[in-house]
Write a protein that binds this ligand. Structure first.
Ligand code: DC
Length: 230
């Protein structure tokens, strides 16, 4: 079966998951958050007391972790050895550990294989760092979604403030975002970069609705876009 695939890559805080979910809802596709899989691998490492900077130990541990994405009533859940850990992976600590562990070839190979298996089963919008370049190189539409680091930092700052989490200053958050960008873009294995055939969308001065509509327009224009209901 040939499936329709939309790949959305970009740096942390560009709004990928919000937008990817909206686009998937509009098109009736399944949304796959690959960052959640790296975060779940990182949670496993931290629980097992493995240092995510230790490649050998991280690769050995992740090979033993059973990571699954399941969709329940349109909501994605992530399971670690059968336990629903969806609510436990959104911390800064897990994000940092995920960024470290995602540098390793063995970790990437395992999660890439899982991601391709899911994409083979149905129409998907998949977001991450290497979807257009590595996981789904034949995706019918590839988007590189980015925004200025200062804009991403401000959005993150506002989100945290809304939740009453005011621990970090705006400039500290921006520094963290820049450090994460460097780590994800400069790694050897499948670094974050724009695929040659990806449509660049800079959301710095766009609303969420405008970004969504640009992507939906690009999808409709993409060759075979009219196959989406088949
Ligand atoms: O998108 P996120 O913040 O949930 O991702 C956490 C980390 O996981 C990110 O810093 C790098 C890694 N990651 C990756 O290397 N490849 C992906 N396809 C998705 C995430």
């Amino acid at each position: 079966m040939s499936t329709n695939q939309i790949a959305i890559d970009g740096p942390a805080g560009a709004g990928k998951s919000t937008i990817a979910r909206m686009v998937a809802d509009r098109l009736g596709f399944i949304y796959i958050d690959t960052g959640a899989m790296y975060r779940t691998a990182a949670l496993y490492l931290l629980r097992e007391g493995v240092d995510p900077s230790d490649e050998k130990a991280s690769a050995a541990a992740v090979s033993l972790a059973d990571i699954q994405l399941v969709n329940e009533n349109g909501n994605q859940k992530v399971l670690l050895n059968g336990e629903d850990v969806t609510g436990k992976i959104r911390t800064q600590e897990i994000g940092d550990a995920a960024s470290l562990a995602s540098r390793y070839g063995a970790v990437r190979r395992k999660l890439t294989a899982l991601q391709r298996e899911i994409a083979a089963k149905g129409n998907v919008v998949m977001d991450g760092r290497d979807i257009g370049t590595t996981v789904l190189p034949d995706a019918q539409l590839k988007i590189y979604l980015t925004a200025d680091a200062s804009v991403r930092a401000k959005r993150r700052y506002d989100q945290l403030a809304e939740r009453g989490e005011t621990g970090l200053s705006l400039s500290e958050i921006e520094e963290e975002i820049r450090a994460r960008d460097r780590q994800d873009m400069e790694r050897k294995n499948s670094p974050l970069k724009r695929a040659e055939d990806a449509v660049l969308v800079d959301s710095s001065n766009l609303t969420i609705g405008e970004v969504r509509d640009r992507i939906l327009d690009a999808y409709r224009r993409s060759a075979g876009g009219d196959r989406r209901d088949s």
